[in-house]
Each structure stands twice: as structure tokens, then as C-alpha cells.
Design a protein around this ligand. Structure first.
Ligand code: BG6
Length: 479
């Protein structure tokens, strides 16, 4: 047995998912079409296509997910058996506002989450909810250009207020925008659409469009934080950043400076969320690039007044960068400026495995943002082999979790990081966000379905299920 450090009794052990990746039921109860509903299945190394609306003959894996919409009582039971204290999911915006710009919410959608949250609470599991997790109404993309349009602030805020009011006695922990900083990779259309609902043409300035959309999201988030606190002062409303620390390749000063700029470019979103202001380097960057940004004095006051209560973050991997000879601008560009890390292993999807990076990142965020943290995603996507009796011997996943949980506990016990909880990603197998595959499995619970939606969708326990149950039962000591 690896001995870990005991986490406090009220530590929130649990699991994490997102509505569009597991619910299915894409038209049930009057749900509208979301951006995830127009993404086809990709494969390892093959990107997903985005179609112009739902097209006959295409394969859209989010339409069925893992069928959680119909099976959640069975799944909640399994989560309870593992000892979950919380369950992180998102509210599919299109169940509540099918098009996104309606005045009145859809009661059937609201009822679905009432029932889900009640069922979780009956097992002693508290829901932790993300408002926007890569699933905005597709109509908002087509009719308004997504977050390129300031009007989106009002649509998002309306949605947030409706669900805050409705679930104010059932949900305490909220997050506004999932992995808001993925769009740092602005030359890739995938994160631009997932984060901001942007579909740009070749003559558009993609980088400027990303900064503008992110600004509107940050204002929307700050307004939501204020609205949420007014509805229920006990709410804890966090941001959600994808934390992948970026190391310098060597001790060469230019590599160090490039890594510093890379961190600034990936985490300024967190500076605004947590500190309520833009970091000094960014207006200078806008000026140098000639970006004419719509950032008003009223926006800046809103950002200051709507800082978050905690830092929700995902951690999967770290990255490495290096400087360019003779270039003093240090205009780090993701992913072009990433280089290989010779010291770490990778998953089958090329994701670097670096538990120490988690401890490093937690220390970095504590010193920079001075807020409690919540690890709301961490996990290992792998090919699993199901045995005839339904079991899966996923020792590789156990070993990933053991190392990462130990690093997390060291950050708490040895470094004093203030941590609320830990919810491993895809605690039950679901559709991958980047590739649309089922084959990239993260779960403690196996779901019998393939990439094309064939299979019984029956659930069975992997070896990691018993392992994580034991971890939770020992408050994190028995790894
Ligand atoms: C995060 C997202 O990017 O990582 C999840 O918040 C996503 O939605 C998870 O599923 C793992 O990524 P992937 O691409 O392997 O599903």
C-alpha cells in the first residue's frame, strides 16, 4: 500500500462529467440543439467535423452519450457505493433555453435537473454545477455569432439567474465557464467554438476575436457571480481553468522568459476571474498588436466587483516551451511553441503524464490568486479491455490516480494549499470532448458502448472502482 496523507473529513471526494458528454436524450423534454450536437465523431488523431446543423447520415456521439439521461438513478447508486460526497456535472443550457434567447425557460428541462439533484442528494451526494461546459445553444452561434456579440452577456446571465433561483437550495458550488482558457489556442477552430461559439472566416482576425469573446465571457461571469450571491449568499461560485503548467525547456534565460509569457498568456483569464483586473502586460500586448478592443470602464468595474470564490481547475498534463533566438517579443503561440518534454511519459493520445506538475501548479495558483482551489477534473483516458464477466483490469489508471492524488495531498499537507475537493474526470465512461470517441475511456465504471453508439450501454465496475472506494473510505490515506 502507498501511504497518502489524510484529507479533512469534509473534503469533497467525487467525480466529474459534463451534460453533453453523457446525458444523450439530445431532443428529450424539448431540448434544443447545442454546439456539441453538430460535432461528428472523430478518432485518435482525427479531428471532429462541425456540420451546419444536424445532417442525415452523419454520426453525432453526443446525441446518445452514455444514456445517463435515462439511467442516472443506477449511476447515482454506483457513485454512492464508491463513497462520493459530490458529483460535478453541468446544466445543458439547451434543456433550459433550447435556442438561448427565449424569455421563458423550458419547464421540462428544469424538472430533469430537479429530479437528478434530488436523487443525488438522497444518496448524500451534493451536486457541483458548471453553467457552461462546451454546450451553448447552436442558435446563439448562428444568429448572434456566439460570444463575438455583447448580447451574449445578457443571454448567459438570464440562464444563470434562472438556474440559480431554481436550484438555490440544492446546489452550493457553481462554476461559470468550463476551461475558459482553452481558447488560448486561438488558431484551432475547435476550442474557439467550444469555449465561445465562434465560427470565423479566413479574413477575420482570430486572435483578436478570441480576446474579445473571452472579455465578454469574463464580464458575464462577473455579473453571474454577483447575481448568484444576491440570490443565495452561501453560494460558492468559482471559475474553471484548464491548468497545464508550461515549463522552460532549459535554464537558458530566453527559455525562462518564454515560459513566463506562456503562463501569462494561458492564465490571464484566471487573473481577471480571481483578482478582478487585467494583468499589466495584456493592454500593452493589445496595443502592440493593434487590437481595438471593446472593453469599457463599466466592464472593468464589473470585473472588480464579481471576483470568484474559488479556483476550479482541471489538471491532465504539463507542457514545455522554449525561446526563439534573437526575438525579444516572446509572442508565445499555442500550440506551435510547445516542444517535447524528454522527462515524462505520454498516454496513447499523447497527453504528458506529470504528477509533480499538479503539485507545482497548485503552489503556483495559491501564491498568485490566494483562493481556495477545487480540482474538478483529473484523469487518464485509455483503451480498456472488458473481460467476459464485465470486469476491466485498469492498473494503468490506478497508477495514474495514485501518483496524482499523492501529489495533490502533498500540496495540501506539506505546502499548505487550500483545497476543497477532488472530482476525477469521466468517473463513468463518456464521450470524449476532443475526439468524440467512447474508446478514450476515463471511468471507474465501464459503459458497454462503442464509438458508433452500438452496445447494451450496461454498466460494470473496473478495478479502479474498488480502489477509489478504498481511497475515499480512508480519507485519502490508503493509496
Ligand atoms: C477537459 C474537458 O478538456 O478534458 C472535458 O473539460 C473533457 O470536457 C476532458 O472531456 C478530457 O478531454 P477529452 O478530449 O479526452 O475528452
Amino acid at each position: 500500500m502507498t501511504k497518502g496523507y489524510k484529507m479533512p473529513k469534509d473534503f469533497l471526494w467525487g467525480g466529474a462529467v459534463a451534460a453533453h458528454q453523457l446525458e444523450g436524450g439530445w431532443q428529450a423534454g424539448g431540448k434544443g440543439v447545442s454546439i456539441a450536437d453538430v460535432m461528428t465523431a472523430g478518432r485518435n488523431g482525427v479531428p471532429r467535423k462541425v456540420t451546419d446543423g444536424v445532417k442525415e447520415g452523419e454520426v453525432y456521439p453526443n446525441h446518445w452519450g452514455n444514456d445517463f439521461y435515462h439511467r442516472y438513478p443506477e449511476d447515482d447508486q454506483l457513485f454512492a457505493e464508491m463513497g462520493f460526497k459530490c458529483f460535478r456535472t453541468s446544466i445543458a443550457w439547451t434543456r433550459i433555453f433550447p435556442n438561448g434567447d427565449e424569455a421563458e425557460p423550458n419547464e421540462a428541462g428544469l424538472k430533469f435537473y430537479d429530479d437528478l439533484f434530488d436523487d443525488l442528494l438522497s444518496h448524500g451526494i451534493q451536486p457541483v454545477v458548471t453553467l457552461s461546459h462546451f454546450e451553448m445553444p447552436y442558435h446563439l452561434v448562428k444568429a448572434y455569432g456566439g460570444f463575438s456579440n455583447r448580447k451574449m452577456i445578457d443571454f448567459f446571465l438570464h440562464f444563470a439567474k434562472v438556474v440559480f433561483e431554481r436550484y438555490q437550495d440544492k446546489v452550493k458550488y457553481w462554476m461559470t465557464f468550463n476551461e475558459i482558457n482553452n481558447q488560448t489556442a486561438w488558431s484551432d477552430p475547435h476550442p474557439l467554438l467550444q469555449n465561445s461559439g465562434l465560427q470565423l472566416g479566413k479574413d477575420d482576425n482570430w486572435e483578436q476575436a478570441m480576446y474579445q469573446a473571452a472579455h465578454y465571457e469574463l464580464v458575464a461571469s462577473a455579473l453571474a457571480v454577483q447575481a448568484g450571491h444576491a440570490i443565495n449568499p452561501d453560494f460558492q461560485i468559482g471559475c474553471m481553468v484548464a491548468m497545464c503548467p508550461i515549463y522552460p525547456l532549459t535554464a537558458k534565460p530566453a527559455d525562462i522568459m518564454m515560459a513566463e509569457r506562456a503562463m501569462q498568456k494561458r492564465y490571464w483569464f484566471g487573473d481577471v476571474h480571481c483578482l478582478g483586473e487585467y494583468p499589466k502586460w495584456l493592454p500593452k500586448y493589445f496595443e502592440r498588436k493593434g487590437f481595438d478592443m471593446d472593453i469599457t470602464a463599466a466592464d472593468l468595474a464589473t470585473l472588480k466587483a464579481g471576483t470568484v470564490d474559488y479556483v476550479g481547475f482541471s489538471y491532465y498534463m504539463s507542457f514545455v516551451t522554449k525561446g526563439h533566438d534573437g526575438d525579444s517579443d516572446y509572442d508565445f503561440k499555442e500550440p506551435d511553441d510547445f516542444v517535447d518534454n524528454p522527462y515524462v511519459e505520454k498516454s496513447d493520445w499523447g497527453w504528458q503524464i506529470d504528477p509533480t506538475g499538479l503539485r507545482y501548479a497548485m503552489n503556483w495558483m495559491q501564491d498568485r490568486w490566494h483562493l481556495p482551489q477545487f480540482i474538478v477534473e483529473n484523469g487518464f483516458g485509455a483503451y480498456d479491455k472488458k473481460e467476459a464477466d464485465g470486469s476491466v483490469h485498469d492498473d494503468y489508471r490506478i497508477s495514474y490516480f495514485r501518483d496524482h492524488i499523492l501529489a495533490m495531498e502533498e500540496a495540501v499537507a506539506l505546502d499548505g494549499v487550500d483545497l476543497i475537493g477532488y472530482t476525477p474526470w469521466g468517473c463513468i465512461d463518456l464521450v470524449s470532448a476532443s475526439t468524440g470517441e467512447m474508446a478514450k475511456r476515463y471511468g471507474f465504471i465501464y459503459v458497454d458502448a462503442d464509438d458508433d453508439g452500438h452496445g447494451s450501454f450496461d454498466r460494470s465496475k473496473k478495478d479502479s472502482f474498488d480502489w477509489f472506494q478504498k481511497v475515499i473510505a480512508s480519507d485519502g490515506e490508503d493509496l
